[in-house]
Design a protein around this ligand. Structure first.
Ligand code: KDO
Length: 396
């Protein structure tokens, strides 16, 4: 017990990050069995009985599936060393969240400023930004496999598992932020949510507002004036890398290129792509205005994300904790939505001041063309009957 306490607190006080901790262990002459105990302690401390991301002995990132059984075994091992004392660090859960968004993205801010404090009594919130924990598009699988607690998931990512989710990723379907909320809370979502829980182990807690996506290009308007989908012919438009996105890119009339969000700035600056599509707050947050010359306000997708949560972790929570997590997610989503809407409405002048022309193309031409591409398509064939009509009925 004394050994454990003294060595443990020495390590804790001398190592501020898991990487340093790993380096410390590697450099010290410690027996393998003791290393083993310390590794388990590290897992325990950072993963806290919940499946999550860990680091290996040397501070390398590693996916560790910390099952309940393994956790009990490691707790038992700790108790042995610690003379059967209950480890003080076992009292809180860890909720890891992976997002391809930045730390200053409004959704990230909402989670850190609203969600985290609301669950702080029983859980440490540990976000990983910019796709550092898991690459864009791999987060849901990580939750499903028990390696991650939460993500800011897109309908397009959900559609990789359940193609019918593409209905929420279809151009010109959602009308605005309020419409998204009405759709998410409507009984029409029940079957979608149940399938995600039962078959993927992912619980969709709340809907976040990302915003109206527009076409943002490197070309000046003199070089390319985008009025109708025909004007985008041959334009190499970066879209995220799933089928739903690529379909939408083609439906817009462009030649879509799949690419992870974190690579877009460089691709725009080198000319590897002609453009990208995202809402104005993202254009500012990711500084795309530095490497583009125009934004055609196509509003082709009023984009959303879900706060996705591990069903396994959820089931391990008490009823009170579940209620708190749900409330925290709803509060973060509501807060983020207001902030994002405010940004969306007020950023155009700033973007213009950076030398980017912003204008509205022929919206009717875009809407008609995009919608026509979905009619009778393989994508639309996956939509449960009547759901599109139900979504439309919830609109304005
Ligand atoms: C993007 O890759 O363009 C996108 O906007 C897709 C969204 O679903 C979302 O994941 C977002 O990226 C990232 O969070 C970065 O903001």
């Amino acid at each position: 017990r004394v050994l454990f306490r003294s060595v443990g607190s020495k390590y804790l006080s001398e190592t501020r990050t898991t990487h340093q901790f790993g380096k410390f262990l590697r450099d010290e002459k410690i027996s393998d069995s003791f290393k083993n105990i310390l590794q388990k302690w590290l897992n325990h401390r950072y993963l806290n009985l919940a499946p999550a991301i860990g680091v290996d002995f040397y501070g390398r990132k590693l996916m560790i599936k910390m099952t309940r059984r393994a956790a009990i075994v490691s707790a038992a091992a700790l108790s042995l060393v610690a003379g059967a004392a209950t480890p003080a660090f076992a009292d809180k859960l860890t909720f890891t969240l992976a997002t391809s968004g930045s730390e200053t993205d409004q959704r990230s801010v909402a989670m850190a400023e609203v969600f985290a404090p609301m669950v702080a009594d029983f859980a440490d919130y540990q976000p990983g930004y910019n796709g550092t924990l898991f690459a864009q598009g791999t987060e849901l699988e990580a939750i499903s496999r028990g390696n991650l607690t939460m993500s800011i998931a897109s309908a397009q990512e959900m559609a990789q598992f359940f193609p019918e989710f593409s209905i929420f990723a279809t151009g010109y379907v959602h009308q605005d932020a309020a419409h998204q909320v009405r759709v998410f809370n409507d009984p029409l979502m029940d079957a979608f949510k149940a399938k995600a829980e039962e078959e993927l182990g992912v619980k969709l807690l709340s809907v976040m507002y990302l915003g109206r996506r527009h076409v943002n290009l490197r070309q000046t308007r003199d070089e390319l004036n985008v009025q109708t989908p025909a004007d985008l012919a041959g334009v190499n438009l970066r879209m995220p890398g799933t089928d739903s996105w690529q379909f939408l890119g083609k439906a817009l009339g462009a030649a879509p290129t799949p690419m992870a969000f974190t690579e877009v700035y460089t691709a725009l600056s080198t000319g590897a792509v002609d453009g990208q599509d995202n809402p104005l707050p993202t254009v500012v947050d990711a500084k795309f205005y530095e490497v583009t010359k125009q934004i055609a306000l196509t509003s082709h997708l009023v984009d959303l994300n879900y706060i996705a949560f591990s069903k396994e972790v959820w089931d391990g929570l008490s009823a009170d904790q579940q209620l708190t997590v749900q409330r925290a997610a709803d509060a973060a989503a509501a807060y983020g939505r207001l902030k994002q809407l405010d940004k969306e409405n007020n950023l155009a002048d700033f973007i213009r001041s950076q030398g980017v022309e912003i204008y509205t193309p022929d919206l009717e031409a875009f809407r008609t063309h995009v919608q026509a591409q979905y009619v009778g398509s393989e994508v639309a064939a996956t939509w449960p009957e009547g759901v599109l009509e139900q979504i439309n009925a919830l609109g304005n």
